[in-house]
Design a protein around this ligand. Sequence first.
Ligand code: 5GP
Length: 174
Amino acid sequence: MKVKDKDFKVFIHEADILKQVARVASEINRDYEGETPVFLAVLNGSFIFAADLLREITLPCEISFVKLASYEGVNSTGKIHEMIGLNVDITNRPVIIVEDIVDTGLTMAHMLETLKKHNPKSVDICTLLLKPDKLKVDLDIRYRCLEIPNDFILGYGLDYDQLGRNTRDIYVIE
Ligand code: 5GP
């Protein structure tokens, strides 16, 4: 499949993705029994993952969506991702971040810091994908569906230059 100037091939089939999403959802259902967590899904990349995950959650729960606005900053990567759009009061609530992919982990580390200022009861990270070899920061990622190598991927919500989010399978660059 060609997206803009690059070629991609199927890497993870939809059925395999959904199996792992169901596994992680059952871990959350077990760990959060008796609680009413707030899922905070990070737009845009996690919209399909969040929809599939939530339908496997049997707990009473809420979902809200935030965005990470990226602007040039003065940290090591030159980029800072500021969380915007938090419109739910998470004070004293258990929060589960729903993210598409953790790469260096800098985005999640920054988001955790921001959320903690709102005094939630707890915060866990739930990511669809993790590139373990690229992780740069010490990050506790409690829920992960799939671990992948360092290659660039798209599909199932993830984009290449905003394109390719609408595929059922996950693709890897050739
Ligand atoms: P981190 O701060 O962990 O380095 O970056 C995480 C963000 O980088 C993700 O939310 C995603 O937007 C982007 N990203 C990292 N690797 C990939 C990839 O292979 N494909 C796509 N589409 N986005 C990626």
